[in-house]
Design a protein around this ligand. Structure first.
Ligand code: PFF
Length: 454
């Protein structure tokens, strides 16, 4: 068995710090922007149920596996996989899993930053009182004005990338860890206020029924894949983000408990966002399948009509920006950690390099909403749609599948018992059965189903 490795990029100060950082990574645009719009596009209840099932059966066990590999390897995901493969007598090709993760993080951040830019833009739109008294039409035209101008999107995207790289350059335990401690609970309180508004919107029951009453006739094979892909996306799994955070986790902390806590909080935030948004959708005769602009076309209606709406609206978008910020840094951390370890770069140079590359690639997304909106090279999808589909629905589940296979089949039982430290009774065998059989079979079935083989 390996001797314990020391982390080289620093360590979390303790259990709470890790939970906050991992929750900061998990809770982001995926919960508040993406979950409602994909649930809306895929018919609601049945989609939500499949998503919840995927979180419980696939997401939590894989999160444990990913944290475990990270803590055991104590390096960037690429080097972690290389070291662990060596230690467990597995093929050195396992390091490709780390590379695939770096690529996925880069691709995701390139569009994530553009959407986070929308949230930034809305901080100012909300704060200036622009939404006050507006109807659904007015709110919709504010959104179309924003996305139709590439220069504006580019400016916000640039600002968000700069913010991200500043934090990444300062290292894992910079100010953001402290900021998350305060801002996550604040975001939660604001969501409660929004659900309260939705409660009185007149269509609360309809909204909640849409979200929680499964109607399986509305779900397609692709919908199942999207639900599973989202379970990975929302928990930041399958690309090494959680692995790299796990590599900064002190030895004594329970991986199972922390993974479950993070997953529960993440799920709660997504469900609250859904409960805030769908009643507003129905009360205003909007379309649940409106697509990526959904929250930007619904929540401003609430802010425009509630007392102190300009203040709450501004606060909400500030918090959304912070949620996106703490996720964005984890998307690029695997790449930066590798550049520091293998290219002897300083964190600052590594961050600048990774930031410029990601920013440039983000132009594809910026233009997808305006000058290239008619360019749909495949399956009637814009470049943004394709990037999102490829990363969330294919790369992350595939990465997660390989993480599960490595953790459960290549790593010795002895190593995982030691690292997870759950004893050998009920919980450890349950986890092992899940990652050995249930998760790989589940992911494979969903893939085969989506491409029409079964
Ligand atoms: N989990 C983040 C969200 O829901 O917004 C997005 C994300 C972060 C995905 C980090 C993947 C990742 F590695």
């Amino acid at each position: 068995m390996a001797t314990k490795r020391e982390p080289i990029h620093g360590q979390w100060s303790g259990r709470l710090a890790f939970i906050l950082a991992a929750t900061g990574s998990a809770v982001g645009l995926g919960n508040i922007w993406k979950f409602p719009y994909i649930a809306g596009e895929n018919g609601g209840g049945a989609f939500v149920l499949i998503y919840l099932l995927c979180i419980a059966v696939i997401g939590i066990p894989i999160m444990m596996a990913e944290v475990m590999l990270g803590r055991r390897g104590r390096r960037s995901p690429i080097n972690t996989m290389r070291h662990l493969a060596g230690e467990e007598n597995a093929s050195p090709h396992w390091q490709w899993l780390g590379w695939a993760g770096v690529l996925a993080g880069f691709l995701i951040l390139s569009y994530y930053s553009v959407i986070a830019g929308w949230a930034l833009a809305y901080v100012f739109r909300a704060g200036s009182g622009l939404f006050t008294g507006l109807t659904a039409d007015g709110v919709q035209s504010i959104f179309s004005n924003l996305v139709s101008e590439p220069e504006r999107l580019l400016a916000w995207h640039t600002l968000f990338m700069v913010m991200t790289m500043i934090v990444v350059a300062r290292g894992v335990r910079s100010g953001l860890e402290k900021a998350v401690r305060l801002l996550m609970p604040a975001l939660f309180v604001l969501l409660v206020i929004l659900v309260g508004y939705a409660w009185n919107s007149g269509s609360f029951e309809q909204g909640v029924a849409f979200l929680f009453q499964p109607d399986f006739s509305k779900i397609t094979a692709d919908g199942v894949l999207i639900a599973m892909g989202h379970a990975f996306f929302t928990l930041s799994l399958g690309m090494g983000a959680i692995m790299v955070y796990g590599s900064y986790l002190p030895d004594r902390i329970s991986i199972a408990k922390t993974s479950i806590a993070v997953s529960l909080m993440d799920t709660l935030v997504a469900l609250m966002a859904g409960m805030a948004i769908f009643p507003i959708v129905f009360a205003n005769g909007l379309e649940p399948g409106a697509g990526p602009g959904l929250i930007f076309q619904t929540l401003p209606i609430a802010f425009g009509h509630m007392p102190y709406g300009a203040f709450f609206g501004m606060l909400f978008f500030v918090l959304l920006v912070f949620a996106a910020w703490s996720s964005a840094i984890s998307l690029i951390e695997p790449a930066v950690a590798w550049l520091v370890e293998n290219r002897s770069m300083t964190r600052v140079n590594a961050s600048v390099l990774a930031g410029i590359a990601t920013w440039s690639f983000g132009l594809l997304t910026v233009f997808s909403f305006n000058i290239w909106s008619g360019f749909k090279p495949l399956a009637d999808k814009t470049l943004f749609d394709l990037l999102d589909y490829l990363t969330a629905n294919i790369m992350l589940p595939l990465g997660g599948l390989l993480i599960a296979l490595f953790a459960a089949w290549k790593m010795s039982r002895e190593s995982s018992v030691d690292e997870l430290a759950m004893g050998e009774r009920f919980w450890y065998p349950l986890w092992r059965i899940l990652v050995r059989y249930i998760t790989p079979i589940g992911v494979t079935i969903v893939f085969l189903h989506a491409i029409g083989i079964i």
